[in-house]
Design a protein around this ligand. Structure first.
Ligand code: NAD
Ligand code: 6OD
Length: 486
């Protein structure tokens, strides 16, 4: 069986207390790897390695040298492209098309783009008058924050880890990454790439384990971790924020969502269906930006529901490595239990199940996997659990609306505010509605069309802070003003 080790100070190591945990395949539920769990002492070593690296060759590199190193990491990921695709498939069960065409290429792009951003970022410069008439000049320098704790979720492991590690390293920090206990493999594989390209020891460290009273909390509560960046559930983010308050450390939190799609009767129906299909069912609905609430203007409602039903029923559920697979399993049996409990609750609360609602009939060799059917409901009140709570599964509720004001009110009636999408061919309406939606990201006639230079983050309980483009520099650097009396 595969052994997944921690990566500390440039070396792969077992946990110092000798503990390991099993990683199971979402596809078959078989144990596929044994993962070394990091102890508190291991986290101490990883943080110490990160701190030492800041004072070593890494800390002395020029920006241009760091930029070259980041490009080498990106090229290293591209060289091991098939290995990264394989680890993502094995850990998550995501379809190979998603890994090959979106999530793994983004893993490399996250190093290239942030390298180019730090290379080109302008600084500020101000002349000022002084009483003696000689004047002074001010200029700003960006310094790394220090050792950054990176706490990751399981739904897009390489993409979401590198989305934070890329800018952190581009800005000259070092990192201690805690991957999700469900998806340890790509962070470990990235350790191999870091050694292959000659990244100085201690710059990139990976510690495996769980959250509370385990590796995650050992990282976030460590006094020498200077900043914490987190992606995951809102409840976990709140707990991490509390921990970060000790020592007044900065946090960047990317959290849950209950994202609406708004479909106006004047939309291009094919565009709306194609995008709502992706946003509800891609990655088995395990995308933070995904759609779980769809509002359709009444004259289009029946046609829309019928077309979405056809699309959902045409999705092929199969092994992730097969090119025709449209949807894989959920991440784990535990998560499947949660999603199926919402499927039952929807019925108890009076939903009309348009399609799905249960477990698909899979061939014998896949029966133990975490499979669920893509599911569509209609007919629920806005107070229903599946309309209010984040499920993180391949499902959505579709409701009709009659006016622009009404749908804006419905879309905003949630504690979350990560993303929203609007389908219309009326340009003025697109601008008007986008401006009023309480979300960090609004897509018009599209979904998950992401330029890494743009701001990314959630409003309300979906997030604190923005990352992406130059906004990442606000979190991963400290701006220092130098004032020189002339
Ligand atoms: P999670 O919150 O359960 O876990 C995320 C990570 O936090 C894991 O590595 C876990 O071990 C760690 N953790 C848990 N408790 C901790 C603690 N007390 N201290 C330190 N670390 C702790 O989230 P998940 O189930 O892995 O991911 C799914 C969630 O992530 C969904 O809610 C989804 O919306 C959200 N998500 C958000 C974004 C975004 O960009 N906003 C992106 C992807 C996923
Ligand atoms: O595209 C990205 O950079 C990003 N952060 C995506 C988040 C996906 C959430 O599941």
């Amino acid at each position: 069986m595969k052994q997944i080790l921690n990566f500390i100070d440039g070396e792969f190591v077992a946990g110092s207390h000798g503990r390991a945990f099993d990683k199971r395949s979402p596809v078959t539920n078989e144990v596929i790897a044994s993962v070394a769990e990091a102890s508190k002492a291991d986290v101490d070593r990883a943080v110490a390695a990160g701190k030492a690296a800041l004072r070593g060759p890494w800390g002395r590199m020029t920006t241009a040298e760091r930029v070259d190193m980041l490009h080498a990491i990106a090229d290293g990921i591209t060289r091991r492209f098939d290995d990264f695709v394989a680890t993502e498939l094995s850990d998550t069960g995501m379809p190979v098309s998603l890994a090959r065409h979106a999530f793994v290429p983004r893993g490399a792009a996250n190093f290239k783009i942030f390298a180019d951003i730090v290379k080109n970022v302008p600084s500020e410069f101000f002349e000022m008058a002084t009483p003696d008439g000689r004047g002074a000049i001010n200029y700003a320098i960006r310094r790394p924050v220090g050792v950054v704790g990176v706490i990751c979720p399981w739904n897009a492991p390489l993409l979401l880890m590198t989305w934070k590690v890329g800018p952190a390293l581009a800005c000259g920090n070092t990192v201690v990454v805690k991957p999700s206990e469900e998806t340890p493999q790509s962070a470990a594989l990235l350790g191999e790439v870091m050694n292959e390209v000659g990244l100085p020891k201690g710059v990139y460290n990976v510690v495996h384990g769980f959250g509370p009273d385990s590796t995650g909390e050992f990282v976030t509560s460590h006094p020498d971790v200077d900043a914490i960046t987190f992606t995951g559930e809102t409840r976990t983010g709140a707990a991490i924020m509390k921990t970060a308050a000790v020592g007044a450390r900065p946090v960047s939190l990317e959290m849950g969502g209950k994202n609406p799609a708004i479909v106006f009767a004047d939309c291009d129906l094919d565009v709306a269906i194609e995008n709502v299909m992706r946003s509800a069912f891609a990655n088995t609905g395990q995308v933070c930006l995904g759609t779980e609430r769809v509002y359709v203007e009444r004259p289009l409602f029946e046609r829309f529901v019928e077309a979405l039903k056809r699309g959902a029923e045409a999705l092929r559920l199969d092994r992730p490595e097969l090119s025709g697979t449209g949807m894989g399993p959920l991440i784990s049996q535990e998560h499947r239990g949660k999603v199926l409990s919402y499927y039952r609750k929807a019925v108890e609360e009076g939903a009309n199940v348009v399609t799905g609602g249960g477990v698909p009939d899979m061939p014998a060799e896949l029966k133990e996997g975490a499979w669920v059917q893509p599911t569509i409901w209609t007919g629920l009140p806005e107070t229903a659990s599946v309309v209010r709570e984040e499920i993180f599964g391949p499902c959505c509720h579709v409701a009709p609306f009659d006016s622009e004001d009404e749908v804006i009110r419905l879309a905003n009636d949630t504690r979350y505010g990560l993303s929203a999408s609007v389908y219309t061919t009326n340009l003025a309406r697109a601008h008007r509605v986008s401006a009023q939606l309480e979300a960090g990201i609004v897509w018009v006639n599209s979904w998950f069309l992401r330029d890494l230079r743009t701001a990314f983050g959630g409003a309300k309980q979906s997030g604190i802070g923005r990352e992406g483009g130059v906004h990442s520099l606000e979190f991963y650097t400290e701006l220092k003003n130098v004032c020189i009396k002339l």
